[in-house]
Ligand binder design. Structure first.
Ligand code: NAD
Length: 298
């Protein structure tokens, strides 16, 4: 029970009621007393001593940011990556708000940058427990025109950035996951059903979900799990590239059993669960965080 006492001490020292709420609204739904934040936190997932790398930080709306905040609140040590110089300042400013987290640049379509990043991670942290791949891209024209006009280059880029990158980072990460690990990627329902204007990205997400299963089979013997979260539509930078996003959000909220859209923090909660020891027998799965939208036939 030494870890319980250590955690109690940390929480007594660091947690005020406000900060506990900021940390993701995880308090138990009971009236707060000065001691409830400790108890509530103790019942939660503990990621202390775990190292996580999160790919795909563009701004505060990014799903990567929502996931990073949940992992951090659970005690994980975080490395967070952004794509390029253009996104560097905003990403670095956000990352600085998470004590101990460090920002790294990595374009996942570039093998040299991937190798350099993992060399840095090896030197800095020595090991890795969690990898979150929250990255996707397809050229604007290929998302705007009818699917039948998808260009060869658009198809290639969409699959390179949104699918192959998962294979590349999983391969680079696995030697660092010496105690097993969890790899998580983000997908969308357009992988299975036709979603107007999702186009080549839907085909790429189908390939991504298949890649999750093949990677899970390859990496299972090393106790490395690989799963996808299929999130409902959320207004982010990438989602704004899909024309008719407003209609999509409206229809989703109307038709989903829970009659609302998904909050990025809810995606963060499921990512934390998949990163943690609460999901040690789950691999190769696509888990829906979509307010139930996918179960509806009409
Ligand atoms: P976002 O724009 O905040 O994140 C996408 C990230 O991909 C950005 O940080 C961008 O810089 C990064 N990226 C693109 N090309 C890259 C490259 N070559 N190298 C490195 N990084 C690159 O949008 P988001 O909605 O948070 O998207 C994150 C993931 O969630 C994506 O896989 C997306 O398809 C998926 N997703 C989003 C929704 C949604 O409605 N927003 C729903 C389901 C799944």
């Amino acid at each position: 029970m030494q870890w319980v006492e250590a955690r109690m001490q940390r929480l007594r020292g660091e947690f005020t009621e406000d900060r506990a709420v900021d940390a993701g609204g995880w308090l138990l739904p009971c009236k707060l007393s000065p001691v409830t934040p400790f108890l509530a936190e103790l019942l939660m997932i503990d990621m202390q001593g775990r190292v996580a790398v999160v790919f795909g930080m563009a701004n505060k709306r990014s799903i990567a940011w929502a996931i990073a905040q949940k992992l951090k609140a659970a005690g994980a040590t975080l490395a967070i990556t952004y794509q390029n110089e253009r996104l560097a300042q905003e990403a670095k400013d956000l990352v600085e708000a998470l004590p101990g987290a460090q920002a790294f640049q990595c374009d996942v379509s570039n093998d040299i940058e991937i190798n350099q990043l993992f060399e840095h991670l090896k030197n800095r942290y020595g090991k890795l427990d969690t990898l979150v791949h929250s990255v996707a891209y397809a050229p604007a024209d290929d998302m705007k025109n009818d699917f039948i006009f998808t260009t060869r280059e658009g198809f290639r880029i969409a699959h390179d950035v949104s699918v192959y990158s998962l294979i590349a980072v999983a391969r680079a990460a696995s030697p660092l996951m010496t105690e097993g690990g969890s790899i998580i990627t983000l997908t969308y329902y357009g992988a299975e059903k036709v979603v107007p204007r999702y186009n080549v990205m839907g085909v790429a997400k189908a390939a991504l979900e298949a890649s999750v299963r093949y990677l899970a089979a390859d990496l299972g013997p090393q106790k490395i799990r690989v799963n996808a979260i299929s999130a409902g539509p959320i207004k982010t930078l990438a989602a704004r590239g899909i024309s008719g996003l407003g209609d999509m959000l409206k229809a989703h909220a109307e038709r989903a059993p829970l009659k609302r859209n998904v909050d990025p923090a809810e995606v963060g909660d499921v990512a934390l669960y998949l990163a943690s020891d609460l999901s040690t027998a789950i691999t190769g799965e696509t888990i829906y965080v979509d307010c139930g939208y996918n179960i509806m036939g009409f």
